[in-house]
Design a binder for this molecule. Structure first.
Ligand SMILES: [Zn+2]
Length: 241
């Protein structure tokens, strides 16, 4: 039986002489895997459909539990991500986070749409702020929302140096002080990337790196997963400074 899905490539692995197994995040069916046959041969017509970040309409043939790519029509390849190493790794963080947070076959339309628009926004804009915004929303859509608006202890507005308790995902003011200290620049980056209006020049590279680190630690604490691309992206972010 054949079916059509709009999907984004999350991961690929070579197998056989010239085939790849691809993990797709589809709008209609959630995370699924499919065999892409012959795509490593020179001049293979479907080579593009088994590349990282490929967003396409796939026609899949299902046989029992196994899917095979029959054809694909490209929607967007997000090519600027391949021309800049920081953007490439930030893009890999988006697909890696989807892979880590999604269970097989669970539909999550909002996460899909956010992932696609994050990759698009990274092509032209500052990839770090786009990534952090996506990370915060992806966590919230997976049941790990962060409340950045007020102290979880007393309700005070979070300002200046604050504290973060990764076990409950809550931020605390200086007086309530629970968990680990979070610098003012880090909380500013998190709030701005989550949607508060801001002046881009006010967000420091160090604040962005610390925000990514805090989110990685929280993800690890909540899900036990880590995303390799996030460590690689962090190294780039710190090295450039
Ligand atoms: Zn408080």
């Amino acid at each position: 039986m054949e079916s059509k899905v709009d999907a984004l490539v999350l991961r690929t692995a070579n197998y056989g002489e010239s085939d790849k197994m691809i993990t797709l995040f589809s709008l209609q069916k959630g995370k699924i895997s499919a065999a892409a046959k012959g795509v490593r041969k020179a001049k293979a017509k479907l080579a593009f459909a088994a590349q990282p970040f490929c967003f396409a309409e796939y026609v899949l043939a299902a046989r029992g539990e196994r899917n095979t790519v029959v054809s694909a029509s490209l929607t967007d390849g997000f090519y600027p991500l391949r021309e800049d190493i920081s953007k490439f790794y930030a893009g890999a963080c988006v697909t890696g986070l989807c892979d880590a947070l999604l269970l097989d076959g669970i539909v999550n339309e909002e996460l899909f749409l956010r992932a696609v628009s994050a990759l698009k926004d990274m092509c032209a804009g500052d990839e770090a702020t786009v990534l952090i915004g996506f990370f915060i929303h992806a966590l919230a859509l997976s049941g790990y929302g962060l409340d950045l608006s007020a102290c979880a202890g007393c309700g005070a507005v979070l300002e200046g140096r604050v504290y973060f308790d990764a076990a409950d995902g809550c931020f605390y003011c200086r007086d309530c002080a629970r968990g680990a200290g979070v610098s003012e620049s880090t909380i500013r980056v998190l709030k701005c990337c989550a949607g508060e209006p801001y002046e881009p020049a006010l967000l420091s590279r160090e604040g962005k790196a610390r925000a990514v680190k805090l989110l990685c630690a929280y993800l690890r604490d909540k899900t036990g997963s880590s995303v390799k691309a996030l460590d690689e992206y962090l190294e780039l972010l710190l090295a450039d400074g």
